[in-house]
Every structure is written in structure tokens, then in C-alpha cells.
Design a protein around this ligand. Structure first.
Ligand code: CP
Ligand code: NVA
Length: 293
């Protein structure tokens, strides 16, 4: 089974993945995927995703093989179709971080092995599947209780927030997305999703999540974006409107002093390091789940 979009999963499947997490919430070797070879292609930089997948794969007894795209014949024009057919001969799974979402879709057309999206311009499903687990762990609630809490995202409509919107639809979460008007997604969503440009929507939230204003590949828009997004900074003044025990999340890397103030990122409400650590555990459960389907 592939994971290209968070929409590939049902609530029941998310539950089944989460049921596996406690078993893999360890750094011990659980060699369930012994003799499996998993290729990783990163067209963009990565710290957390790359390391958590490489370490996690080894903790499952499998072998991660980082495939530098510049050293593959793809860089000289070999097609994705031909490359995917060759991968089918040697590999048992493929993890891809790509500039264009279509690249992953093209791989899925020819791959006979699970294909996992490790971030594209459209979505970041592995991040979000892990983050929802971190929320239920931190708030000590079950997945069925997630709609009882108020989730707020503040920032850009990017890969991370789009996956958050889609999972909010799947899980029927009570979710608010505070995004400047010009940057709001055009799609229509289920009625449990509120899209607004009003920063006061943060009021009484249980979770506030933010991400960068300038995603990888948008560096040329830096100046323009900073100007527009400035009023949307998650700082202590804004956070004071949220519940006292509100948790602060950020997928990282963060731009300290832009989308999030230093005092909030390092503050007592912030769970960003736990959030990053959990990616190792949840992704192991995810890989095992996808490989067994
Ligand atoms: N959150 C995340 O995906 O981080 P990296 O870009 O470092 O992998
Ligand atoms: N939205 C960010 C996420 C990084 C993990 C980006 O695409 O750069």
C-alpha cells in the first residue's frame, strides 16, 4: 500500500497504525522487515524525515539505501517509468521527497512496491500522521475524542497545512486554519473546517500549530511573504488567547522570530522536540503497516 496523500487513509486505517505505535516506541531492534531494502530519494533538504526514516528502517532490520538523484540515470533523462520498473527488481519500498507531487504519482503508476511521500509541494502525510499521534499522546485522549479539542493552525496554506486540513476532515476534528486571505486554499472543505484570516480564532484553542511562511522552493518570495504574514506570528501575546494548557506544535525547521517567536518555540507550551522524536516511532508503525498490505 502507498502513502501519497493523507487522503489515502481512512479513520479505521489511522487507528490500526496507531495501535502499532506502542510496540515501536523503542529504539530497540525489532527485525520485522529483515532482508527488505528501502530506497530513499530526497530532491530537497531534510534533517528529521531523512534521519527518522533511515534510523527507523534499520531498527526494523531493513536496509535503507539513499539514492542520490544526481547519481541516478534520471538526472540524464531516464524516465520515471523505466526507473520505477528497475526499482521493482531490486527494492522493497521507496520513500520520496520531491519538488513536484506529480513525480510521486508517476512513480506510483509503475511501482509494484510501496511508495511513501516524504514531502511534496502538495502534502506532508508522514509528518501529519505522526503529529496527530503526538496530539493524542500529549492530551491523553483517544483518537475518537480528538473532535472534542480545538485545533488551530496559523500560517501558510502549504504542504503541511493541507495535510492537516485533510486529516481534520477524515477525523472530523474541530479545526481552524488562520491563513491570510490571499493565501487561503480555493478548495471547499467539510463544515468542521474553518478557514479564516482572523487571528483571534486562536481563542481557547487546545493546540496551536504553525509552519514556515517560506517553504522550500519559495525563497524568491521571501520579502513579499514576510510582509504579508507578519501579523500572523505566533508570539506570547497571541498565545495568551489560547487555553493555558494549550500545546504549541511546529513541524520544524523553524524560522525563529518569523512565524514563531523564540519565547514560544522554547516555551513551556512547546512540544516540538517530542513531536520530532515521535516521527521515528510512528513512521516505523506506518512502514510496517504499509508493507503488510
Ligand atoms: N519536518 C520535517 O519534515 O523536517 P525535515 O525537512 O528536516 O525532514
Ligand atoms: N512547509 C515546509 C515544511 C518543511 C518540513 C516546506 O515545505 O519547506
Amino acid at each position: 500500500m502507498n502513502l501519497v496523500s493523507i487522503k489515502d487513509l481512512t479513520k479505521q486505517q489511522i487507528k490500526e497504525i496507531y495501535d502499532l505505535v506502542p510496540k515501536y516506541k523503542t529504539k530497540d531492534l525489532i527485525p520485522e522487515l529483515k532482508n527488505k531494502y528501502i530506497g530513499l530519494i530526497f530532491e530537497k533538504p531534510s534533517t528529521r524525515t531523512r534521519i527518522s526514516f533511515e534510523v527507523g528502517i534499520q531498527q526494523l532490520g531493513a536496509v535503507p539505501i539513499e539514492l542520490n538523484e544526481k547519481q541516478l540515470q534520471i538526472s540524464r533523462g531516464e524516465t520515471i517509468k523505466d526507473t520505477a520498473n528497475i526499482f521493482n527488481c531490486y527494492l522493497d519500498g521507496l520513500i520520496l521527497r520531491v519538488k513536484k507531487h506529480d513525480t510521486i504519482l508517476e512513480f506510483t503508476r509503475y511501482s509494484k512496491i510501496p511508495v511513501i511521500n516524504a514531502l511534496s509541494d502538495k502534502e506532508h502525510p508522514c509528518q501529519i500522521i505522526s503529529d496527530i499521534w503526538t496530539i493524542i499522546e500529549s492530551k491523553k485522549i483517544s483518537l475518537d475524542e480528538i473532535n472534542k479539542i480545538k485545533f488551530v493552525y496559523i500560517g501558510d496554506a502549504n504542504n503541511v497545512s493541507m495535510s492537516l486540513i485533510y486529516i481534520s476532515e477524515i477525523l472530523n476534528m474541530n479545526s481552524y486554519f488562520i491563513i491570510p486571505k490571499k493565501f487561503q486554499p480555493k478548495e471547499k472543505f467539510k463544515e468542521n473546517i474553518v478557514i479564516t484570516d482572523d487571528i483571534k480564532a486562536i481563542k481557547d484553542s487546545d493546540i496551536v500549530y504553525t509552519d514556515v511562511w517560506i517553504s522550500m522552493g519559495q525563497e524568491k518570495e521571501r520579502k513579499k511573504r514576510i510582509k504579508i504574514f507578519k501579523p500572523y506570528q505566533l508570539n506570547s501575546e497571541l498565545l495568551a488567547l489560547a487555553k493555558k494548557d494549550c500545546i504549541v506544535m511546529h513541524c520544524l525547521p523553524a524560522n525563529r522570530g518569523l512565524e514563531i517567536a523564540e519565547e514560544v518555540l522554547d516555551g513551556k507550551n512547546s512540544i516540538v522536540l517530542k513531536q520530532a522524536e515521535n516521527r521515528l516511532y510512528v513512521q516505523k508503525a506506518l512502514i510496517v503497516y504499509l508493507f503488510k498490505r
